[in-house]
Design a protein around this ligand. Structure first.
Ligand code: SF4
Length: 313
């Protein structure tokens, strides 16, 4: 069953330099129990997608389109209705645990807050729930750790606490934004294992935002590749890694250390001055005059594999 359906999502924000077109017509579906990876270079709009779904955006931002969560359009909910969804139905695990946790509150107090609010638990019961959650994310001596402050935790421990916070109200959807960034390889592997375990146990779906293909391949069933605020390729994880179809996806993979370290020419376009036609045409080795004028549609190249490129027309 489809848990989340995104239709023609567009997110703009207004700056002194012009309108930043961060999301440019995204369509996506996420099934119950599925983990969908959103990959792409820094600045391609991945994080804005997560923030747009949860409407965690500043006042100068405009969001259009539909974000249907179990059939309810989140874009059209009031702020109060949205607060009830956040944390309880959909939670977000942010990338920088140090800046995401409040330095002047103990970890336990911060974890207890959403539990008290969404599950209407009394202080003592919430405290017990916090200890259970810290235990579930394998934090040793959870009762002692709950009364410590974020700076007393190591980076890996803090990330575990963030995951515990994301899971505290047993959400159906978790949006994890670069959950392993900044952690060393060993801790990264432990966090991946932990996420696998908690997803299996909870049955929750996850939208994993990452530029780390190793993390995506470990955790995801399907992957959507983003470029300049659009999805340009979508496929099952094995299919995508074996047969990347879009010239950008191929270039992105080739630039990785384990795939030849071949740098891709050019840089991501400015989201204020996006190129006409195919947004990748200034960097594409296969660009034709058509690519400069027309925007390609998503084309089916195989069952569950779609590519936005005229090469498949
Ligand atoms: Fe390259 Fe044209 Fe395909 Fe865009 S549509 S990726 S420019 S070949």
């Amino acid at each position: 069953m489809t848990l989340l359906s995104i239709r023609d999502l567009r997110t703009y924000f207004y700056t002194e330099d012009g309108v930043v077109r961060a999301i440019n017509g995204i369509d996506l579906d996420l099934e119950e129990g599925e983990t969908l990876g959103i990959i792409g270079e820094t600045g391609c709009g991945k994080t804005m997608l997560g923030l747009s779904i949860l409407r965690l955006l500043s006042e100068n931002t405009k969001v259009e389109g539909q974000v249907l969560y179990r059939g309810t359009d989140l874009i059209r909910l009031s702020k109060a209705q949205m607060r009830k969804i956040r944390g309880k139905e959909i939670s977000m695990i942010f990338q920088n645990s140090l800046s995401s946790l409040n330095p002047v509150l103990t970890v336990g107090t911060q974890l207890a807050e959403p539990v008290e609010m969404h599950r209407h638990m009394k202080k003592q019961a919430a405290k017990q729930r916090v200890i259970e959650m810290l235990k579930a994310v394998k934090i040793p001596s959870p009762s002692d750790r709950a009364v410590e402050y974020p700076h007393e935790f190591s980076g890996g421990m803090r990330q575990r606490a963030m995951i515990a916070m994301g899971l505290a109200c047993t959400p159906s959807l978790i949006i994890a934004d670069e959950p392993t960034t900044g952690l060393d390889v060993t801790i990264q592997a432990q966090i991946i294992e932990l996420l696998k375990e908690v997803l299996e146990q909870s049955g929750a779906s996850m939208l994993l935002i990452t530029h780390n293909l190793g993390v995506a391949s470990e955790l995801c069933n399907s992957i959507a590749v983003m470029y300049a605020g659009e999805i340009i390729e979508y496929a099952g994880v094995i299919d995508l890694f074996k047969n990347p179809g879009h010239p950008y996806t191929r270039g992105f993979f080739d630039s990785l250390p384990n795939r030849g370290l071949k740098p891709m020419p050019g840089t991501c376009p400015s989201m204020i001055n996006l190129p006409a036609g195919c947004k990748f045409h200034p960097r594409c080795p296969h660009a034709s005059s058509r690519c400069e004028k027309e925007k390609p549609d998503m084309l089916k190249v195989e069952e569950k594999h779609h590519v936005r490129c005229f090469l498949y027309d």
